[in-house]
Design a protein around this ligand. Structure first.
Ligand code: IPT
Length: 974
């Protein structure tokens, strides 16, 4: 039996115990001037919290998860289901427990001061001992815990600090978020000191009118406050004044306290530069607490943004404007260090988001590292700050369980107390996927009283009735709602709340189909304001293939091209030997695990374009400033005219002076050449100045307009060059190692698999159609081949007509799909080339990957990309590398020889090193062996991507119907 009372009390199975000895949260930042305790700590991992600590110490780096640092306890991924099957609040007896120890020497100069220990984050229960004496307990894996150790740590002396971290607890049932399970101390540990007389909290309210109000709470370590203390403050050099009305009212109402000091400072900043995500203007505020003699006892620095948030009718307004929320859900994540992220990591995340047009983050699904909010204030991103509550697997049981009431209020209130001064935070969120119960209303009640300046949201309440979410949500914030439902709600006359989806457009694998359609509807429908894409990261952990262990901090490093370093792979659920796991569902971000943007990012960037080309009219090109708050002076432009004949003309653009929402016509920058065929005008828009998130010249969008359609051309037959086919009717060509055949199969995307399409396609036998030649007919120089492709439930009749023409061979194709095949992945031709053709050049949409329902961000032009760079290494290999709207292309070697293809109309084309079956059969990239030649698909029709792995499938215009499909293309040698 342990004699340690903290262990004997078993706080890991007591939901009523949220903490013991833990200080209240506050917004006074103590990071600067503190004594950092990061680095190596003595460590041992016990099989259970009540197992005896031995003399057998290893070491661990703090901050960091032990699951990523060479212990027997490895990461495990589950989504909804818990990693164990005990009912809340119980946890399994086998409960990995990390014991961290280190010695600290307290400077003699700290004598007489308050000494506070701050543990940035520990999951999921933290027990604190100093020299064997229990001093504190805390829960909530994503908030700091502070303990006043003034009487315990002795200045000038050495003490042993022990932090015991219990992995599974009653709190784990509240932290059932869709992510990896880890254990450890994942944010920094430090000690700081203050004068006994100190600022207990500072609350800043700064309005767009320039009014600033600063409320201070003052305490003294001994309890009683000394006489004569006072507060002073300045904002950007302007002195704040003491609010005497506030003092008088407190005195009259007998609110003046002997042990809680309160003071309010006021000022109004004239001609204030207001804060918005577009204009993240910050002012420096310093607050000082003085002793009666005027000396400074404590100081607190804040960066203040002047802005208002309010809901008026069904609109969420920032500074009076109905802003579009172009958001993303972001976890604290890094492929080497898990939930431990540095300033540089977070900054890099936000820089990527800004460059790709995002203006908002939901801190899914817990308060993020505190630095994240500083960066959001500074770079300009709206934040929905979410409390660490997700009881997904036992949502209903916990939402009304009074044993957890305390935890709900504790988690929400601590987040708000910590983060309330950030201008970037415009909405609070009570958590995620926890059903709806009285515990939510309790937390909402506290929140509404404490911070009336911001709306709050909670999907679990809002989903019951978008128009009447009750106390727990001011916003209708559904997840994965079909856009038609959102539009119908907005048009129903019943809408009462702004509709901003807390999650939409699930980015798993090759996904985010119909994003542009979503936004067209949002922008056209009053009442719809946007949403948060699920999610920013693909949470692949870098894993050594040789021993299956996480690469960890000292790992192989990151390449920066989306592919794991040689000998490594991106691990997903199941890869660490877990038997209970949810596979690749952890890889559903808009960036790959090394932060390489997936192609959807370019789609998003264009959808979010600050400057639009509206149309081409007789008076010229109509441009629109599509921002909410600023002009175009931070941008510069260049016109580009792409002609089908291969020419690209370019000219500098002079951007008009447009206020938000304004339009203007500018003259056509080029005399349109008479010849040259189809013509597309693109405005390449980049940053004109050096911005905190982009150097000058960073492209932010490339809006485009078509100036001329393609003329119809007819290929002239050339009878003197016969076409060769073999006995099976397969084309024989010196550049092809596999002749063009019919393809109805794509390596299933995650959406295809989880949305139930791929299983149907397999049941129809589309992955293994059996080709049988029916007839080969020669008519002069023309060869007609009829073939049948048999699946398990239907037969596709396919006809190919090969005609020699001036430029090569015209291939005219027709496929007739039986009614049974009513929704297939593609109808088209596939062939394989000889090795050595390593460069793809095309006229069509690009340069990045695009698909029929994800092609708004790929302008038509002349593009050239090495074949090896065409493919996107989605974590679980799948259909990838497609290019939409291709008119013609060449594949060439270094000597410029190779093949060329001209298509009858813009088609979906892909050129990769992999057959669809190579990709279908692989679970990770390191299993794939690139072929030396190219696998080329030319599709008459290609199904949209949709988002069916979690949410709506693609919509009907992007489906491939049964019946007759026709397409033709000309193949030539270069
Ligand atoms: C929703 C979750 O909130 C999120 O954490 C993630 O799991 C996402 O789905 C899917 O990747 S909940 C889901 C059951 C709709």
């Amino acid at each position: 039996m342990t004699r340690d009372p903290l262990i004997a009390l078993r706080p890991w199975e007591s939901p009523e115990v949220t903490s013991w000895g833990r200080l209240p949260m506050c917004a006074v930042d103590r990071r600067s001037g503190a004594m950092p305790l990061d680095g190596r700590w003595r460590f041992q991992l016990l099989p259970a919290p009540d197992s005896p600590v031995t003399g057998d110490w290893a070491s661990q780096h703090v901050p960091g998860a032990w699951t990523l640092q060479d212990t027997w306890d490895l990461p495990q991924y589950t989504n909804v289901r818990m990693p164990f099957d005990t009912f809340p609040p119980a946890v399994p007896a086998a409960d990995p427990t990390g014991v961290y120890e280190r010695d600290v020497r307290i400077p003699a100069a700290w004598a007489g001061r308050r000494i506070v220990l701050q543990v940035g984050a520990a999951e999921s229960v933290l027990l604190v001992h100093v020299d064997g004496r229990p001093v504190g307990v805390s829960k909530d894996s994503h908030l700091a815990a502070e303990f006043d150790l003034s009487g315990v740590l002795r200045p000038g002396e050495r003490s042993t600090l022990r932090l015991t971290v219990v992995k599974w607890s009653d709190a784990t049932h509240l932290e059932d978020q869709d992510q990896w399970w880890h254990g450890g101390i994942t944010r920094s540990v430090l000690l700081y000191t203050t004068d006994p007389l100190h600022l207990a909290d500072v609350t800043v309210r700064a309005r767009r009118s320039g009014e600033l109000r600063v409320d201070c709470r003052v305490r003294h370590a001994a309890g009683a406050l000394p006489e004569g203390w006072y507060i002073s403050g300045e904002v950007d050099g302007r002195t704040l004044t003491q609010d005497e009305d506030f003092d008088r009212a407190n005195a009259e109402d007998e609110r003046v306290s002997a042990f809680l000091g309160e003071a309010r400072l006021l000022t109004t900043v004239p001609e204030v530069r207001t804060w918005t995500a577009e204009t993240p203007e910050l002012y420096e505020l310093t607050v000082r607490l003085h002793r009666a003699d005027g000396t400074v006892a404590d100081t607190s620095h804040h960066r203040v943004g002047f802005r208002d948030v309010e809901i008026v009718g069904r609109d969420l307004l920032v500074n009076g404007e109905r802003v579009f929320i172009r958001g993303v859900n972001r976890h604290d994540f890094h492929p080497l260090t898990g939930r431990t992220v540095t300033y540089d990591d977070m900054r890099a995340d936000l820089v990527v988001l800004k460059r790709f047009g995002f203006n908002a983050i939901r801190t899914a699904h817990y308060p993020n590292d505190p630095v994240l909010y500083d960066l959001a204030d500074e770079l300009g991103l709206y934040v929905v700050d979410e409390a660490d509550i997700e009881s997904h697997d036992h949502a209903h049981e916990i939402a009304d369980d009074p044993r957890y009431l305390n935890a709900f209020v504790d988690r929400v209130s601590r987040m708000v107390l910590r983060d309330k001064n950030h201008p970037s935070i415009i909405v609070w969120s009570l958590g995620n996927e926890s059903d709806y119960g009285a515990n939510h209303d309790a937390a909402a009640g506290w929140l509404r009283r404490h911070d009336p300046t911001r709306p709050l949201q909670y999907e679990g309440a809002a989903k019951l009735d978008w128009a009447d979410p009750g106390l727990a949500s001011d916003i209708a914030c559904p997840m994965y709602a079909p856009i038609e439902d959102c539009v119908a709600h907005a048009l129903s006359g019943k809408q009462t709340k702004p509709l901003i989806q807390c999650e939409y457009s699930h980015a798993m694998g090759n996904s985010n189909g119909t994003l542009a359609d979503h936004w067209a509807a949002i922008e056209a429908t009053p009442g719809l304001q946007g949403g948060f894409i699920w999610e920013f990261w693909d949470h692949g952990i870098l894993q050594r293939v040789s021993d299956g262990r996480p690469a960890g901090r000292a790992g192989a490093g990151l390449h920066g091209n989306g592919v794991a370093a040689p000998g490594h792979r991106w691990a997903y659920g199941g890869d660490f030997g877990e038997t209970v796991h949810d596979g690749a569902f952890i890889a559903d971000g808009v960036v790959l695990p090394d932060r390489t943007p997936k192609p959807v990012m370019y789609e998003h960037r264009e959808i979010a374009a600050p400057l639009r080309v509206e149309c081409y009219k007789h008076e010229g090109i109509v441009l629109r400033n599509h921002q909410h708050f600023r002009g175009l002076d931070w941008l510069t432009g260049r016109w580009e005219l792409a002609l089908a004949d291969g020419r690209t003309l370019s000219a500098p653009a002079v951007l008009p002076d447009l206020r938000p929402g304004e339009t203007a016509a500018v003259p056509l920058p080029f005399e349109l050449p008479r010849d040259g065929g189809e013509a597309w005008l693109t405005l390449r828009v980049s940053t004109a100045e050096d911005l905190p998130w982009a150097p000058p010249g960073t492209e932010v969008c490339a809006p485009q307009v078509r100036l001329r359609l393609a003329p119809r051309t007819v290929a002239e037959p050339a009878a003197d060059r016969p076409v060769q086919v073999d006995a099976e009717g397969l084309l024989v060509h010196p550049l092809l190692i596999a002749a063009p055949t019919l393809s109805l199969w794509r390596a299933p995307t995650d959406n295809d698999e989880l949305g139930g399409l791929a299983p149907r396609w397999r049941a129809w036998g589309l992955d293994a159609l059996v080709r049988k030649v029916v007839s080969v007919q020669r008519d002069a120089s023309r060869v007609t081949v009829l073939a049948e492709y048999a699946g398990t439930v239907g037969v596709v009749r396919h006809r190919q007509v090969f005609t020699p023409v001036e430029s090569g061979i015209l291939v005219d194709e027709q496929a007739e799909l039986p009614e049974e095949f009513d929704d297939v992945a593609r109808v088209g031709s596939v062939f394989e080339t000889v090795a050595g053709l390593d460069l793809l050049e095309w006229f069509g949409q690009g340069p990045w990957e695009s698909y029929p329902d994800r092609s708004a961000g790929a302008p038509v032009g002349h593009h050239r990309v090495p074949v090896d760079e065409l493919f996107t290494p989605y974590l679980r290999p799948q259909e990838s590398g497609g290019r939409h709207g291709v008119r013609h292309f060449t594949l060439s070697g270094p000597d410029a020889t190779g093949l060329g293809v001209v298509l009858d109309e813009p088609r979906q084309v892909s050129v990769t090193r992999y057959r669809a079956e190579d990709l279908t059969g692989a679970a990770h990239h390191d299993e794939l062996k690139p072929r030396s030649g190219c696998v080329v698909h030319i599709d008459a029709a290609h199904r949209g991507l949709g988002t069916a792995s979690c949410g709506p499938d693609t919509s009907s215009p992007y489906l491939v119907p049964p019946g007759v499909h026709r397409w033709s293309w000309t193949l030539r040698s270069l």
